[in-house]
Structure formats: C-alpha cells, structure tokens
Design a protein around this ligand. Sequence first.
Ligand code: C2E
Ligand code: CA
Ligand code: CA
Length: 608
Amino acid sequence: MWPSFSLKHPVVWLGIVALGMLPLLPLMSLRLIALAVVILALLYVTRQMRQEHCRRQLIEKALELSEDGVMICDAANRIISVNAAFTHITGFQRQEVIGLDPSVLSSGRHDKTFFERYWHALDTTGRWEGEIWNKRKRGEQYPEWLRVQACSNRHGRTENYIALFTDISKHKAREQDLERVGFEDPLTGLPNRRRLHDILTSRLQHLRAGEGLDLALIDIDGFKSVNDGLGVEGGDRLLARFGQRLSTVAAQATVGRLGGDEFMLIRTTTFDDHEKWIAGLREHLSEPFEYNDRSLRLGFSIGSCRAPEDGSDSGLLFQRLESALYSAKHHGRSHDQRFQPSLEIKGDRQLTLVNDLRRALIQGNQLELHYQTQHRLSDDSLVGMEALLRWRHPEHGMISPVDFIPLAERHGLMNAVGSWVIEQAVAQQAKWLTRNDTCVPIWINISVLQLIQGDLESRIAASLAQHGVPARLIGLELTESVLLDERAGDISPRLNALRDSGHLIAVDDFGTGYSSLAYLKHLPVDKLKLDRMFIRGLPEDSGDAAIVKAVLSMARGLKLEVIAEGVETVAQRDHLTADGCQLCQGFLLSRPESASGIETRYPSHHDP
Ligand code: C2E
Ligand code: CA
Ligand code: CA
C-alpha cells in the first residue's frame, strides 16, 4: 500500500535533485549545501512516515474500538482485513476469514435477484446500504444493517470494498412488540394460522359496500421430497424464500404461513378479478428459486375462494379453502381450484376411498394385475405385455387406475402400490417362465414417487432374485413427465444402472410432455410409446399424422423402437405400418385381461 502523504512535496524533489548533483558539484561549500538539502528531505520523509504510521495505528485502534463490524475486501471480493467487532458479531476469528469470499457469512435467505440488485447498486453508484441476513459461525442467522462502499483508484477501477455492519437482531427483537409473540411464524416472520384467523375475522367485519375478499391457499407440490433432497435446513430456507417471494408479489395482500408448506393470502378488493389474481400469483411463483447454484422450480397447487360469496365466517372460509386446495391437488400437480359447494361432498368421498385403498393393500385380494399384449405390426407376433393395475372395490366395482393412482400418490400410498405391482408382475413372469422358455418382457408402469421416495432399484432387484427372473424380462415404462421431474434428481445414471442390470426402458405417453430431442438423445432408453392421443385421429387428422411421421423418423435417427398405443382400427394400423412403425398395442389386437385370460389366448404360456 502507498503512503497517503505526498512524495511530490518540493522538499523531497529538492532532496532528490541535490542528491543527484552532489558528486558533480565543484565547490566543497556547494556540496555541503546540497548535503544539507538531502538531509532535510530525509528528515521530512522520516517524519511524514512516522506520522503516517501513527495515523494508521489510530485508524486501526478506532476500527478495533468500533462497535460496528468492519470488513475490507480486495477487488476480487476476498476479505483482506476485519476488525474485532467483526469477530464479536460473526464469531469468526480474523485468520479464519482472511482470503475468503464474504459469502462464508451467507444465510441463504436471499436469492439471486437480491444479490444481482446489490452488485448492480455497487457497480453503478459505488455504494449499497440495507438490511441483510447473515449467518454466524455457529450457524445462527441474524439481521444486520450493512453499508458497503466501493473504493476506486485514480483510474476509476474498484480496488477495495469496505463493509460496515451493525448487528440489529436485538433491536429487531425489541421492535417486535410482545403482542406479536405467538402470532408470528418463526421461520418466515409471516403471520401464523392464529393471526391469519384474526386478520380474516377483522377484515370480514370491516368490509364496506362493494368490497370483497380474495382468499388463496398455496401448497407446494411434493415438498416432502424437496425436504428429503435438501435436508431439513435447506427445506426451511426454501420455505423462507417462498414466503419472501409471496410477500413481494402479493402486493396489498396479507401473506401468512399456516404451517408446513402451506401459505395463505388475504386480499381486500373492489375488483372482480379473482381468476386473474390467481394467474398472476402463479406466474410469479413459477420463476425458479436459486439454491446452491442450482435452479429449482417449485410446483404448487392453489385452492381459493371469495368472501362474502363463498361464506362470511372465517372458520367456514378456512374449511372451504382447504377443500378447494384438496381438490386442486387431486387434479395433479400445479392446479388451481376455486371453491364450489360440490367439493365438500367429493372431498369426503375421496378420503373414504383412500382408507379403502389402504385396506385393499393389506388384504391384497382386491387388487389385480391385468396384461395387455404388444405386437409386431408385420406379423402380429407377441413381443411384450404391459401390466395394468386393477382395483376391484367390494362396493364400487372396478375402479380405474386413472382415478386411484393419483390418490395413492397424494396420500403416500404409491410406494406400497408400486411395490405390490412389481412383486406381482415378477411372480407372474416367474410362473410363465417355468412353463415356457420363450417368455416376452412384462412392462411395468413406474410412478415418479417410486423414484423419488422409494427404493425402486432394490425393490425390483429383490423380487427378481427371489423369483429367479432375469431383468431383461421386466421392462420399465416411465412417462416423459417422470423423466423431466427435477425432484428425481439426475435420472440418467439411474436409468443407466437399471439398463446395465438388464432392464429395458420405455418412454411412456411420448409426445404429451415437452422432452426435447436433444434431451432424449442423452437418455438411456430403448423404446418410445407414442401416446394414444396422436393415434386417435389417424389416418384423417393431418396434424396427428404429421406428428406420428415426425416421431417415427426422429426415432429412426436415434435408433429407438416405437410402439403405438391405443390402436383401435385397421385403418390406424395400416397407416402406422405404412409410416414404418414396427410395434403396436391397442384394443384392435387385445384388451387388457387377467393372467388366466392371457394363458387361454396364448396356450404356450399355459401348457408346458
Ligand atoms: P398407460 O400407461 O398409458 O396405459 C395404457 C392405458 O390405455 C390403459 O388404461 C389401457 O387399458 C388403455 N388402452 C390400451 N389400449 C387402448 C385402446 O386401444 N383404446 C383405448 N381407448 N385405451 C386403450 P388403464 O389400464 O386404465 O390405465 C390407465 C393409466 O393408469 C395407465 O396409462 C397408467 O398411467 C396408469 N397405470 C395403470 N397401471 C399402473 C401401475 O401399475 N402403476 C402405475 N404407476 N400406473 C399405472
Ligand atoms: Ca404405460
Ligand atoms: Ca401410455
């Protein structure tokens, strides 16, 4: 570092000139004068240096005495100096942080946008001031008031950043009046359930003519698996950010957290734009969240209602919001549902059904696997079978998997259901294997929850080992949406491992998701199942015909087999054959049927 006093002082210059001339001067007297000037200059410099040293010591002492934390960073934003208060507040000793990036203090509460704004302000105005949450060495998070100044050199290039900060946690705690204790959710600082009830009651009482309330209940889809993936602390952090984002986007609305991953919004309004309001919320919340350099997009469901139209009692409105949310969830991910009176009856029925399914899994005799055969188009030969789950309910008769699989997923039963299917299919295959050595693969449908929460790989491996069935005789069907689900993590290595052990993998319902060609190219899959949505319109619908043609030629390029689903007519089959499709499955060739039905139709499966 350069001294802050000037070396350009005339005395210094004179000294340098005198020093240079000293040997050249002819007269002794002149030399003595020059020498005196040199000594004078030296004295001046030493004095200045001593003063500079004292000044620095004073500054350092002042910094040490300061109750504000001070941190100085270099141009690359590495810490080069901190004071005692820094250590006192953060718990980090000087030697522990020198050379590190200040992000060691980061609490993770602020997202990328926050820091983008921070740096933008520093770059454009040279300073930033505001409240920020940091983390002490022991892990405790605390709010601080931070002032940062960028220091530039003569050329305008930033050389240092000086940060001064005050711990305001005590101040904040004082600020929270005692009344609020017990009314605030500690994780997000938002009103809790009790407080939201009070707010809603008071708003309802004070509604003026022409005013109404928009209410929304937001629940993050599959948060349990997010939590499992990030760890509880990470999950909490994400929830805090979600709450923060909600508060910013829901201007003029009160935002609170009911607990878990459920947030609530209350808005007093004179507009009749409920649906638009919900759509706006969804748009903002769908933006990804930054987490440890990863970008996480959260899916969420919204149940909503309006007061006074849907009720004017806060308890009732809470109940109705819950049943709207419940119904939204039932429709799958990322759904919105406004309350309707019919939902209350439906909700009850669904809960009963879930309990029935739980019982069915224990008893085991209400569930069945049916099999639908798959054929080669050129000669109708049998190439495989898809296992399709059936539930024979003692009162309601046959219930479609389209109705109960989502229910099982929502109520934590999918792993049990999935494991049951695996075990049944493998046991059946073992049975057929002992009777006929030319068995075709049985394809099983896999739910994303089996990949996220379950132990799919070990479940299958255990069943195969127990029944002595080779993995190549059990194929796995995963829908495009499963392959794209971020919660399942990087799916490629898992698919690779499954294929290495011998399983075949098919992309189910292909064409309904958004998997790009580029993405598919890198996925280790064997087969595409062209969704029946595109087969239905064949051969007349030119749009469907074009899609089918495109998928077939793309698959040829990628050396993937294609099987057309839902083929019902001869015309569809002929069209597909003409386009070069090799395999098909559908009512035209066979409907799903019980194992014994299959054995009757294919006696080779039956007779030794
Ligand atoms: P999917 O995997 O697309 O299964 C094919 C569905 O199309 C089956 O309905 C099948 O009966 C039906 N289908 C087959 N050929 C035709 C046809 O020519 N015309 C028409 N209109 N339909 C045809 P299903 O058995 O009702 O199954 C519906 C969905 O339920 C399946 O769709 C699959 O997503 C899910 N599912 C069924 N079993 C399981 C299972 O064990 N595990 C999981 N996770 N999901 C399952
Ligand atoms: Ca399937
Ligand atoms: Ca399908």
